[in-house]
Design a protein around this ligand. Structure first.
Ligand code: 9Z3
Length: 341
């Protein structure tokens, strides 16, 4: 049998074009104005479940009228490439920061609205749902019954007690999203419902939010075909409006608002965090680098204040989580915020 050794009719792979592969010549997007808000929310339909979800949130907030309530956002938003979505753009975030932080907020007596990417890590269950160590590895069989392996008993009992306490006291409400559009609609709806809490409301925005999306006017209805349109898939994405200042000015004007800034280049982290703080005029930016996010963060506050929180080598070896430093520091700032109002 003779093998077909003909070269392919067209070049399949490009080489040496790294700088051109992604066109980033778009100018920096200014914070969203009222017009941008209407434009976005009028043209991007809310998720069907939103009404039901806001009712749940209202009920939760009625229950916690006099408490401090934190909205923790967690995990990554997706950007669908088709209306009937087969493919989408995603990001790395597993929701570790959000899920871990939620536990420490609960420990500090906060009621927690946990706005998270569906199927990302959840408070408490996160201890047993990561991919390297599956929950079945914690189990054993004894006399025909499933039991927890004795070496995990103590730790699991402690996690279970905290989880059950949060449930019995109705302190944790899980609110899932998947797409950037679901996230934005839900964030806006919830923040407005939280307004009566005034300064007792805290926003802790740890979700990794998409920067670009395909607007409804351009998104294809059906699955993109691999044949057709030549060899390449060229995407034309619009910037997602920067709604943080709408949150600060209109959606939650009395709340304390903390955003996260993620970078991979250490030389620009502080600058970008300061820039965000100046641009959106909220209370705190927590900067972190992709590579070291589990062991160090920097608090960037007004007046060019930078405070690094770092785990020592010893703390890292002991499995201490950086959130056990972040949350008490945040709670202290939130108390000051409440007292100043
Ligand atoms: C963060 O920076 C979070 O700390 C991480 C947590 C996403 C790094 P993991 O889920 O990661 O624990 O693996 N979140 C904010 C990321 C973000 O999208 N920030 C925007 C930006 O950097 C501002 S809202 O421009």
């Amino acid at each position: 049998m003779e093998l077909n050794r003909q070269p392919p009719p067209t070049r399949r792979f490009s080489t040496g074009e790294r700088e051109n592969a992604i066109d980033r010549t778009v100018p920096v997007l200014p914070p969203a104005l009222e017009f941008d808000e209407h434009n976005y929310f009028d043209h991007n339909a809310p998720p069907e479940y939103l009404d039901g979800m806001t009712k749940q949130v209202q009920k939760f907030l009625d229950f916690h009228k006099h408490n401090r309530v934190v909205l923790v956002t967690s995990g990554g938003t997706t950007v669908p490439l088709e209306n009937q979505t087969v493919r989408f753009i995603d990001n790395f975030s597993a929701g570790t920061r959000g899920a871990t932080s939620a536990e420490y907020f609960l420990e500090q007596g906060y009621a927690v609205l946990f706005l998270h990417r569906q199927f990302s890590l959840l408070p408490y269950s996160r201890h047993y749902s990561h991919s390297t160590h599956c929950f079945l590895d914690y189990m054993d069989e004894r006399d025909g019954s499933v039991v927890v392996d004795p070496k995990y008993q103590e730790e699991m009992l402690s996690v279970l007690r905290k989880y059950q306490a949060a449930r019995t006291k109705n302190l944790l409400l899980l609110l899932p999203f998947t797409t950037i559009n679901q996230y934005l609609h839900t964030l806006r709806a919830i923040s407005v419902i939280m307004q009566p809490l005034e300064s007792r409301a805290l926003f802790y925005l740890a979700a990794a939010v998409s920067d670009f999306f395909i607007p409804p006017s351009r998104i294809p209805e059906h699955k993109i075909q691999s044949k057709g349109g030549g060899n390449k898939l060229v995407m034309d994405l619009d910037p997602v409006p920067k709604f943080l200042n709408r949150l600060v000015e209109k959606w939650a004007p009395s709340a304390m608002i903390i955003s996260f800034k993620l970078e991979t280049d250490p030389t620009i982290l502080i600058f970008k965090a300061e820039q965000a703080l100046e641009r959106y005029s909220h209370q705190l930016v927590i900067g972190n680098l992709l590579q070291t996010r589990k062991t160090e963060v920097v608090f960037v506050g007004p007046g060019q204040n930078h405070d690094w929180l770092r785990l020592s080598d010893e703390q890292q070896a002991d499995g201490i989580e950086i959130e056990c430093m972040i949350i008490p520091a945040v709670v202290k700032l939130h108390s000051q915020w409440i007292n100043r109002r």
